[in-house]
Design a protein around this ligand. Structure first.
Ligand SMILES: Cc1cc2nc3c(=O)[nH]c(=O)nc-3n(C[C@H](O)[C@H](O)[C@H](O)COP(=O)(O)O)c2cc1C
Length: 309
């Protein structure tokens, strides 16, 4: 068992938070395939403190998703601490503070990656969150705001001094958004300089690549986001046959229906596209799926997937 802070992980490959995708059903599926931990998407600390119903529905998780981290965002140390206190009552395995989201609606109000511009504020936020919960507290950062402000060593120092248990580093700047490549040389440098465990993240697309990145960077674990969408078996190192692919998709569909009722079928569509991407007759299957409404119709169409040999 790998130990990171108080967490015990069955694998050093962990699931990244991806808003709109890594909900409870997807986290459960990733965990079944061996993900070392899972995380919720970013959840508003203001929403939590106000007791907003929609926010609380995003905090739901099941035992099968453990170890599980709840990710909160905001920029007010007091509000984030009150949110951490409330979230502690739900008993997740850790609480992560988002310091990497580049979306304008998040950074525009000083949240997410905007925090990288102010290491002193980062220090105050983590200090106050750590004081508000007995759980491990982590931060998910990028390497800087842009190429001209690669202040990751200042951010690292602020996080360490404030008492963070581990750090997750996406090796891009905010300006890069999701373009270009993640900089694993910088992730490696952060690992060398950090006194707390570091989880590296960015552009891992296969099980093999995950272990290459681990080996190269000496990170405690690596985190996989986009590479797991439509591909949750990435955590197992096993490539399913076409029949197995269909049963994974049906399992995911059933988890979605269990979680959301028939609306789960609508929410499943973006996943379906990703699952069939790369199969031989993907275009044909995709166009048949557009008009499918029921679980049975979808399952019948999936039976026509052809292997890409
Ligand atoms: C659509 C989308 C939504 C994301 N949502 C979140 C989020 O809620 N919280 C977060 O910390 N990162 C979020 N990320 C960033 C990912 O967790 C990850 O850091 C990034 O995608 C790089 O890793 P990858 O190349 O393995 O995908 C999101 C990324 C994408 C593409």
């Amino acid at each position: 068992m790998l130990e990171i802070g108080k967490l015990k992980l069955k694998s050093p490959l962990v699931l990244a938070p991806i808003a709109g995708y890594t909900d409870s059903p997807f986290r459960k599926l990733s965990s079944e395939f061996g993900a070392g931990f899972t995380m919720t998407e970013l959840i508003s600390s203001e929403g939590i403190v106000r007791g907003c119903e929609k926010t609380f529905s995003m905090l739901k998780f099941s035992e099968a998703e453990r170890p599980l981290g709840i990710q909160i965002f905001g920029n007010n140390p007091y509000t984030l601490a009150r949110a951490a206190e409330a979230v502690t009552g739900l008993n997740p395995d850790f609480i992560d503070v988002n310091m990497g989201c580049p979306a304008r609606k998040v950074t525009g109000s000083g949240n997410g990656a905007a925090l990288l511009k102010d290491p002193d504020l980062i220090y105050r936020i983590i200090k106050s969150v750590v004081a508000a919960t007995p759980l491990n507290v982590s931060a998910k950062i990028r390497i800087g705001w842009d190429e001209d402000s690669l202040n990751y060593l200042d951010v690292l120092k602020a996080l360490e001094e404030a008492g963070v248990s581990f750090i997750i580093v996406h090796g891009r700047t905010k300006s890069q958004q999701y373009g270009g490549n993640a900089n694993w040389d910088i992730i490696k440098e952060i690992v060398e300089k950090s006194s707390v465990p570091v989880i590296g993240n960015g552009d891992i697309n296969s099980y093999l690549a995950a272990f290459e990145r681990l080996e190269f960077s000496k990170c405690a674990a690596v985190m996989i986001g986009r590479g797991a969408i439509g591909n949750p078996w990435i955590f197992s190192g096993y490539t399913p046959s076409v029949d197995e692919l269909v049963s994974v998709i049906v399992r995911h569909l059933d988890l979605m229906i269990e979680e959301y009722g028939t609306y789960g079928i609508n929410l499943m569509r973006k996943h379906l596209v990703r699952y069939i991407h790369g199969t031989k007759n993907a275009a044909k299957i995709r166009s048949s799926l557009v008009s499918a409404v029921t679980r049975e119709e979808i399952v019948d169409i999936l039976k026509n997937i052809e292997a890409n040999v």
